[in-house]
Design a protein. Structure first.
Length: 343
């Protein structure tokens, strides 16, 4: 069973409410139709009703089971202004500025998530990453013990001998340009936690670099080594189920024969299912190469480290990509014990 299909089945038992700030985008409408048809929950599309209805008519899509909302005409609008002003008053925000920002669909959708009016947000279909992420980061606090938010790209490959039956979790591919030791450790922990939440499989985390267990003291290698050890200590202290190793090259992390050749032992080498890149350059480039050259399905970016589920999708995402991102954040919003019937 494909990864997304397995998540859809879980959401059919535990449906969620999803908000899409770019409600009149054709791909969003197509994904929303699938969410409603497959009984994953209730998609809420923000935007002018007439525009959304016109696009749906052109696509010959039914809007049954799909909610539409115009922020300024909603009952929540004034309350959201007050709440956002309260959150940002110390930063110098005025009431008028809060009102103007709340007219922006991304800000309104983020406040819906912050106040519990929805379970997850999927944004970024037509907005730049900074425009989609800024209101989310303003309104959704970090998880306890986490000092930074980052992002995950989930790849579903035809090669089922890689990762978790073909599924790889890759981070950070969208937020932090040059993570520190502490940030790299946070990225490893939050990525492993979500991988375990979604798959109920032990995360095997590879802290990637351009060498495998070398004796060199290059600053990049030292940073990866220190982050590996820090993440290991934190995982043990918090009882987070995971194996972690680094520094390690990506071929040794994924291929057992290469790992043996390069004398990379342990429980991660050759069987990694979580890949942590040393910086955003390598993460973004590496993940896009795999997507294009291997024809892999890619879902994300999924934002990690926050208390509520959020996805910031690519402007080039297809309707299927958007559906996959929604399935991930929907399951992220569900207690893992309910997803897998475990205690």
């Amino acid at each position: 069973m494909a990864f997304v299909d397995s998540l859809v089945g879980k959401l059919q038992r535990h449906p969620k409410r999803f908000v899409f700030p770019e409600g009149n985008d054709p791909r969003i409408l197509q994904a929303a139709r699938q969410i409603a048809t497959r009984h994953m929950g209730v998609p809420i599309l923000l935007g002018e009703r007439t525009q959304i209805k016109d696009v749906a008519q052109r696509l010959d899509l039914s809007l049954e089971g799909i909610r539409m909302m115009e922020p300024e005409r909603s009952e929540e609008f004034e309350g959201f202004i007050e709440e956002y002003f309260r959150l940002r008053e110390a930063k110098g925000l005025s009431t008028n500025q809060a009102r103007e920002l709340m007219r922006n669909n991304n800000f309104f959708a983020s406040m819906m998530l912050a106040t519990g009016n929805v379970d997850a947000i999927v944004s970024g279909a037509t907005a730049t990453a900074s425009s989609a992420l800024r209101p989310i980061f303003h309104m959704i606090p970090l998880q306890a013990g986490v000092k930074t938010a980052s992002s995950i790209l989930v790849l579903d490959l035809e090669a089922r001998n890689v990762g978790i039956n073909g599924v790889l979790f890759m981070a950070d591919c969208g937020v932090l340009p040059e993570p520190t030791v502490e940030q790299l450790a946070d990225i490893a922990l939050t990525t492993a936690t979500l991988a375990h939440h979604l798959t109920n499989t032990l995360p095997r985390v590879a802290m990637l670099s351009f060498s495998t267990k070398s004796s060199a003291n290059h600053a990049t290698l030292v940073r990866v080594r220190e982050a590996t050890e820090l993440a290991r200590q934190k995982a043990q202290a918090r009882k987070i189920p995971m194996e972690i190793d680094g520094e390690i090259q990506v071929d040794a992390a994924l291929d057992r024969a290469t790992a043996i050749t390069k004398s990379a032992g342990g429980k991660v080498a050759g069987q990694a299912n979580v890949l942590i890149f040393p910086d955003l350059n390598s993460g973004n480039i590496g993940s896009k190469l795999v997507q294009i050259l291997a024809g892999a399905n890619a879902y994300g970016q999924i934002i990690t480290g926050l208390r509520k589920p959020a996805a910031e999708i690519s402007r080039g995402a297809s309707a299927h990509d958007i559906l996959g991102a929604a399935a991930i954040v929907g399951c992220q919003a569900t207690d893992r014990r309910l997803l897998f019937g475990t205690e």
